[in-house]
Design a protein around this ligand. Structure first.
Ligand code: ASP
Length: 307
């Protein structure tokens, strides 16, 4: 089987005018480097699970994206992160939400999947689990970025929440990766800091298996980014898989039905990346842009796009 890999770094209403050529280059470079990380695993016969975990870890370590370092601020001035990962071969999954100071939430999600009898952990319990498994933590300063702090301060006294790439400088910046490896196994991973100014322990779709992340060797692997409330209510990732499984749609057809029709009718902005069991890739969004990239064994160029 020929491998395929796709990634996203969030979707939103980015204005070209706001994105300086220097900044645009930084985004392309970061996406390209992330693709290289995943591609390296896949070329060398590594598993789709390793490819998506380590690609997402790379993106979590870059402060341009809203995941890991660079996560947005909640209303309390803290970073609360979430992540999930799923294996298409076994349908095993691991997810984590409401965690603070964990350097790589996707590493924790994978560890939950592999080492625990649970799928979904949150908050202090999840952090204690991470400590037991020697998952690295960082202090608050590591997660601080001035830009994100300004985004919070602009709306902190209101009830507004924003997707971190939306409006002027704000867009969704969640990161994700989907892969098909040479053995024909699919995997998907997603990680986020959520929405700027979120309150009351709000959680999004990114850590919810079926909503923000789904993988099934019978159909596809999907990772989502967008307004989580709509993605949860539409069970987006699983819905795409179902349309393929029960209605025999192609990945692209199913993605378009869900992202460009169903979500749009509800008012849900965002997009998805997907790869099917034959290595076909879909990068489908209903926003102005989505940071994205892909490569495959059949066409081994590293392609990155924003608009
Ligand atoms: N889906 C994420 C959430 O709602 C946000 C994003 O994709 O940027 O938490």
């Amino acid at each position: 089987m020929a491998y395929s890999l796709a990634i996203h770094g969030g979707a939103g209403t980015m204005s070209r005018a706001q994105l300086t050529p220097e900044k645009e280059l930084l985004y392309h470079k970061a996406l390209e480097n992330a693709l290289k990380v995943g591609e390296d695993y896949l070329i060398n016969g590594g598993s789709a699970l390793d490819a998506v975990e380590f690609t997402v870890r790379y993106l979590e370590n870059v402060d341009l994206f809203n995941a890991g370092k660079g996560s947005v601020f909640g209303n309390d001035g803290k970073h609360e992160m979430e992540a999930s990962i799923m294996c298409g071969r076994t349908l095993n999954a691991g997810a984590v939400a409401g965690i603070k100071n964990v350097k790589n939430p996707i590493q924790l999600a994978r560890t939950i999947m592999v080492e625990s009898e649970y799928v979904y952990l949150h908050g202090i319990g999840a952090e204690n689990f991470a400590k037991n498994y020697h998952i690295p933590f960082e202090d608050d300063f590591y997660f601080f970025t001035q830009e994100r702090f300004n985004q919070l301060n602009a709306i902190r006294d209101s009830d507004k929440v924003i997707l971190d790439h939306t409006d002027v400088d704000y867009k969704f910046g969640t990161v994700g990766a989907v892969a098909l490896d040479k053995l024909g196994n699919l995997a998907s991973a997603t990680s986020t800091g959520g929405l700027t100014n979120k309150k009351y322990g709000r959680l999004g779709d990114s850590s919810i298996i079926g909503a923000g992340t789904y993988a099934n060797n019978a159909t596809c692997a999907i990772s989502c980014t967008g307004y989580g409330e709509y993605f949860i209510r539409s069970v987006v990732a699983h819905d795409i898989s179902c349309l393929m499984e029960y209605k025999n749609m192609s990945l692209q057809e199913a993605s378009e039905v869900v992202v460009k029709d169903k979500l749009v009718k509800m008012g849900g902005e965002g997009g998805i990346i997907g790869v099917d069991k034959n290595g076909n890739i879909s990068l489908t969004f209903n926003t102005e842009g989505m940071y994205r990239g892909y490569t495959s064994e059949k066409n081994p160029k590293l392609v990155t796009k924003i608009f």
